[in-house]
Design a protein around this ligand. Structure first.
Ligand code: PHB
Length: 355
């Protein structure tokens, strides 16, 4: 029977387990360049079947939070190279998450300019900026002529990821960031080829994924979606139909995996969505994510409702999560106060078993 410790093939990679470290923003890259401390953090977690890094912005334009790493400059590639080398030296595998925040940003990050989005619709809520929380602004709608440049940012970042030694990339199309803003009609009211019908709203994700697959090979490309996540003020009138279509589209591009945030991180979802229906439209690996523990992880795998399971917060506090699951050992408690920003405390000082 398949469980968390059953090995699995992902593209050309043989993963030692089905336990995935989920992407988590930690805001510990002061110059937007990955640091040695980050290398220590990821190295501590190299026993995961697969690590997916925190979101890494694909361009200056894609930034939306302080002290988040990028994956678009040579200095950033050099920083990530240390991380991929260290994880590989421990026998681990690591994908980088390609992130463009779109409207979930603030003019402070853009020399006073408005952040770009599908439509000029302001999300409710506040941005984390270098001077604290500030209300989100009304973003500017991207011009049709700018879309090829957005696709090029993703292609370029994917190429940089290969230079940095990553095993693959995850396209972040979840949680209310740019690609998700295009998908859902609460944030996309365009009247051109990138808005309106479900097919049109999926167009940018399709073109981005196609460009990234052409650049590095579809077997190295995953996509993360969040069909019911209301976080970042996201809404859609028919999420089941939308995300069924997204799955069909990505399956046609032979993406290696679909990583699904199955829960809402904030607020009630507008409607329930059947994740198994979405999965039935996708031929690659399905990574389930959202408040799983060991028992639920094993259950979703043994009942063939997922191929892998991604753990976020448990991984943050337990560098040796697979070892703890294997031994049924107690887990360290995560400390909310040190999730975002700061130093080694609450980052690399969670003890491993027997340490
Ligand atoms: C966050 O910083 O809270 C955050 C970042 C990226 C996500 C979700 C949450 O996809």
């Amino acid at each position: 029977m398949t469980d968390l410790f059953s090995p699995v093939q992902l593209g050309k990679l043989k993963l030692s387990s089905r336990i995935v470290m989920a992407p988590m923003t930690r805001n510990r890259a002061p110059e937007n360049i990955p640091t040695d401390l980050m290398a220590e953090y990821y190295t501590q977690r190299a026993s995961a079947g697969l690590i997916i890094t925190e979101g890494a912005q694909i361009s200056e334009q894609g930034i939306g939070y302080p002290a988040t790493p990028g994956i678009h400059s040579p200095e950033q590639v050099a920083g990530w190279q240390k991380i991929t080398d260290a994880v590989h030296a421990r026998g681990g595998h690591i994908f980088v998450q390609l992130w463009h925040c779109g409207r979930v940003s603030h003019p402070d990050f853009h020399g006073g300019a408005l952040p770009p989005a599908p439509s000029a619709i302001r999300p409710a809520g506040q941005a984390f900026t270098y001077t604290g929380l500030q209300d989100f602004v009304t973003p500017r709608a991207l011009e049709l002529e700018e879309i090829p440049g957005i696709i090029e940012q993703y292609r370029h970042a994917a190429s940089m990821a290969m230079q940095a030694g990553f095993d693959g990339v995850e396209i972040h199309s979840a949680n209310g960031y740019l690609l998700d803003q295009f998908l859902r009609d609460g944030s996309n009211q365009r009247t051109d080829a990138y808005g309106g019908s479900i097919e049109n709203r999926t167009r940018l994700l399709r073109e981005v994924t196609e460009a990234v697959c052409n650049e590095i090979g579809a077997d190295k490309v995953g996509v993360r979606i969040a069909p019911v996540n209301a976080f970042n003020d996201m809404h859609d009138s028919d999420p089941q139909a939308l995300f069924n279509h997204v799955a069909t589209t990505l399956s046609g591009l032979h993406a290696a995996y679909l990583h699904v945030v199955e829960v809402s991180m904030a607020g009630e979802p507008d409607q329930a969505v059947d994740m198994q229906q979405i999965r039935s439209h996708f031929d690659g690996m399905y990574i389930a994510n959202g408040r799983y523990d060991k028992a639920r992880g094993n259950a979703v795998l043994s009942s063939d409702k997922a191929d892998l399971v991604a753990y976020g917060i448990p991984y943050l506090a337990n560098p040796d999560l697979p070892g703890r699951f294997l031994r049924d050992a107690p887990l360290n408690e995560p400390d909310q106060a040190t999730f975002y920003g700061g130093d080694a405390h609450g980052y690399t000082d969670y003890p491993a078993l027997g340490a």
